[in-house]
Design a protein around this ligand. Structure first.
Ligand code: TPP
Length: 688
């Protein structure tokens, strides 16, 4: 039912265009082409379909909207302003300036109504798949026949660039497999990208691509035809068994006489003269700038009242639900708030030192199985590496659409196949897996964990960066952490990865040394809800340290701690280790103390980020500044360890790639041995 007049519709679409154009012109930078070309689809979606509450952007059951082509950010800012979010005209005028609510690309946590940070193309599409997956899971878990508390769509505006990026192919392939019917992509098909026409590099048949991936596909020929877009979205919403893409043919920079349909309006302001020409061309007043007709504002701001009504209807449903299903309602509200259940830590296992050695990936598996029954919001999986990474929740079902129930899968974690399943099979798609996890985390209601071999974190790194930037609660389970991988050789042996991920702001990288530290690492990862955590686990078995003879593993909560020392005097030397090399440091320390009579301290440093966040007095207690003989041992690149060993210290690590041989041979050949540490310390002590 559309009651607004054609003229008001056209005015509103043009208001979106020219608010964006004026802000970009004022900022002297930005991308006017996309807002001008995609204004009609954005208007149609936001005024006729999107269920959202501008006065409460966090309404749990709102539809999610992602502008994946984040360079067109002014489009979403104009939408937010016009529909009544907490964005003022002054905020629009402050586009791209220091401290504004309207940064160059949409940023989660900065602008009310922006669901995710977008800018790196393709990520938003992946995030949307994650949001749609979270919605499907929570709906299956909590909705009861006539009582529906989770029921919303995820919409995306995606550009050519989004669909050129491999990540969107990965993500959309999985979305098709999963039949995520409430995911709807509006494809802004303007045939222009940054450097020119897409014909230079992009000639695939996008419709066929999506059809073959199991999507429902439509085409709207005229990107300014609001009614046609309206009815296509309506059809897409009814198609609940497949995700939908609507290819909408648009003209980039629509309205600009000299620049439309060319890359020249993609990435820079139109220019003062061309702004005037475009306004005149579309019958828009040249002055005042930032002009919004009263009736447009009134019309678009009706979203506020409509949203409040929709939200209050939903609240009534939630209340009715709570009366019939009090426990489920309580759990639903708890998981949506991101609060852990009160007693979850008591489920964490303990490992005794008389246990035979076990890899930290196996210890991690045991932790996950112990947590699964009491932390139902855990949901995740791996990029086809469950049996190696052991990141699964056995018996908690596979996240699959019911249509696939009858297909059997090797290596499945067991349990039922449906959207209630908590094990996600991402397939060999690390990059999309990272973006999907971000979408799941930001949707809320689930704590996503995603796993692969540590070396392939490179394939997921761009999404990890966005998780860190957004402060998303995502847990990475990265096993096979070093040359300890052994025979698979250098392609599978991470070397620079620890340092490279440590350099990422906001990402806690934890490399536990034994099973007890693995437990603590998981504890930290679950509690760390303001950012992502990377858990880096060994493939090879490691002894479980005897904690009656050395410090308890909960020292990990401080990032680093004195594990063992030969006496409480100021040490002659400090040995530092992480992961599997902590044992090397410990054995060396004992030899130096017993055979050389040295006072030695061995420090376990599983997480730099956490340690560096400790008060100075704690850090100096662990590393007294007067102790100059410091040796770090880690089977990774040495660059960066000066941070702890200082200019007079020594680092025993890897300065090149590994090799294919048994792990024990590799440690020997690369000199990561107790003997080498002992001799290195002896030399340092002599020379200092
Ligand atoms: C991963 C990534 N690579 C490169 C860029 C730089 N970039 C910004 S927009 C763009 C291409 C834009 O083309 P399109 O997606 O079709 O958007 P439109 O020109 O239609 O606005 C590029 C290459 C980016 N933002 N993200």
């Amino acid at each position: 039912m559309v009651d607004n007049s054609k003229q008001l519709t056209e005015l509103s679409v043009n208001a979106l265009r020219f608010l964006s154009v004026d802000a970009i012109q004022k900022a002297k930078s930005g991308h006017p082409g996309l807002p001008m070309g995609a204004a009609a689809m954005a208007y149609t979606l936001w005024t006729r379909h999107l269920r959202h509450a501008p006065s409460n952007p966090d309404w749990l059951d709102r539809d999610r909207f992602i502008l994946s082509a984040g360079h067109g950010s002014m489009l979403i800012y104009s939408l937010l302003y016009l529909t009544g979010y907490d964005i003022s005209l002054d905020d629009i005028k402050a586009f791209r300036t220091w401290g504004s609510k309207t940064p160059g690309h949409p940023e989660f946590g900065v602008t009310p109504g922006v669901e995710v940070t977008t800018g790196p193309l393709g990520q938003g599409v992946g995030n949307a798949v994650g949001m749609a997956a979270a919605e499907a899971h929570l709906a299956a878990r909590y909705n009861r026949d006539d009582l529906t508390i989770v029921d919303h769509y995820t919409y995306v505006i995606a550009s050519d660039g989004d669909l050129m990026e491999g990540i969107s192919s990965e993500a959309c392939s999985l979305a098709g497999h999963l039949h995520l019917g409430k995911l709807i992509v509006l494809y802004d098909d303007n045939r222009i990208s940054l450097a020119g026409p897409t014909s230079l590099s992009f000639s695939e048949d996008v419709e066929k691509r999506f059809e073959s991936a199991g999507w429902h596909v439509q085409h709207v020929e005229d990107g300014n035809d609001v009614d046609a877009i309206d009815s296509a979205i309506g059809v897409a919403k009814k198609e609940l068994s497949r995700p939908s893409i609507i290819r909408i043919s648009t003209i980039i920079g629509y309205g600009s006489p000299a620049k439309q349909d060319s890359a020249s309006c993609h990435g820079s302001p139109l220019g003062a003269e061309e702004v005037v020409a475009a306004k005149e061309n579309l019958g828009w007043p040249v002055e005042p700038v930032f002009f919004v007709p009263e009736d447009v504002l009134e019309h678009m701001r009706s979203a506020v009242e409509r949203g409040e009504r929709q939200e209050s209807e939903w609240k009534n449903s939630l209340e009715r639900y709570g009366k019939s299903f009090p426990e489920e309602a309580e759990e639903f509200e708890r998981v949506m708030k991101g609060k852990l259940p009160p007693d979850w830590e008591s489920a964490l296992p303990e490992f005794e030192s008389d246990l035979k050695a076990l890899s930290t990936r196996k210890a991690s598996e045991a932790v996950l199985q112990a947590l699964a029954p009491c932390v139902p919001e855990l949901m995740g999986g791996t990029a086809d590496l469950n049996p190696s990474t052991l990141a699964w929740l056995k018996g908690f079902g596979d996240f699959q659409p019911l249509e696939n129930v009858l297909e059997s899968v090797q290596g499945s974690a067991g349990g039922e196949w449906s959207y209630t399943g908590q094990n996600v099979h991402f397939g060999v798609r690390e990059h999309a897996m990272g973006a999907i996890a971000n979408g799941m985390a930001l949707h809320g209601g689930v704590i996503p964990f995603v796993g692969t071999f540590f070396v392939f974190s490179d394939y997921m790194r761009p999404s990890m960066r966005i998780a860190a930037l957004m402060g998303a609660h995502v847990i990475y389970v990265l096993s096979h952490d070093s040359i300890g991988v052994g025979e698979d050789g250098p392609t599978h042996q991470p070397v620079e990865h620890l340092m490279s991920l440590r350099s990422m702001p906001g990402l806690a990288v934890i490399r536990p040394a034994d099973a007890s530290e693995a437990v603590e690492a998981w504890r930290y990862a679950l509690l760390n809800d303001t950012g992502p955590t990377a858990l880096v686990f060994s493939r090879q078995d490691l002894p479980v340290l005897d904690r009656s003879r050395c410090a308890p593993a909960d020292g990990l909560q401080k990032g680093g701690y004195t594990l063992w020392e030969s006496s409480d005097e100021t040490p002659d030397a400090i040995l530092i280790g992480t992961g599997s090399e902590l044992q090397v440091a410990l054995d060396a320390g004992k030899i130096l103390s017993e055979n050389d009579g040295m006072t030695v301290r061995v420090v376990s440093l599983p997480c730099w980020e956490i340690f560096d966040g400790q008060p100075e007095n704690y850090r100096e207690k662990v590393f007294p500044p007067s102790v100059r003989v410091r040796v770090a041992v880690e089977a990774g690149i040495t660059l960066g360890w000066e941070h702890y060993v200082g200019s007079e210290g020594v680092v025993i690590g890897m300065d090149g790639f590994g090799a294919s041989a048994p792990a024990s041979v590799l440690y020997e050949k690369f000199g990561i041995t107790v003997q080498n540490v002992v001799e290195t310390v002896r030399k340092r002590v002599k020379n200092i």
